[in-house]
Ligand binder design. Sequence first.
Ligand SMILES: [Zn+2]
Length: 133
Amino acid sequence: MLVRGLFRRCAWCGGKGSFFTSWYGKADQCQTCGLSWERGYEGFELGAATMGVFLTFGSIIVWMIISVSVGINLLPLLLVAGFLAITVPTVGYPLTYTIWFGVDLTIRKPNADDFAAAQKWLDAGKPSETPGQ
Ligand SMILES: [Zn+2]
């Protein structure tokens, strides 16, 4: 499920784009299986923010380890680290949600209520996708 999240797919069904309608815009449910990403858990976005911190700091730490072991000068080291600090959270924003969705599904398996809500949403023709809502 985490690997699916790394590729911006639904951790549950593998649906392309998961619950994202654009790179930054997201619907309440997965566009393919209808499973809600929050599932009544109001702190979900805190977990996604934590994934963003892991991705950003992780990329900077990996860069610093590589650059120190290779012997890169301080200025290019800091410039690339600054570039990573800006681009990784910007470009990786949807990945933080889909990865955390995979972690959340691993910890809290979806129950019958989650699937019932997903089926209801799919039967209603994905109402959050219609214009004006
Ligand atoms: Zn799905």
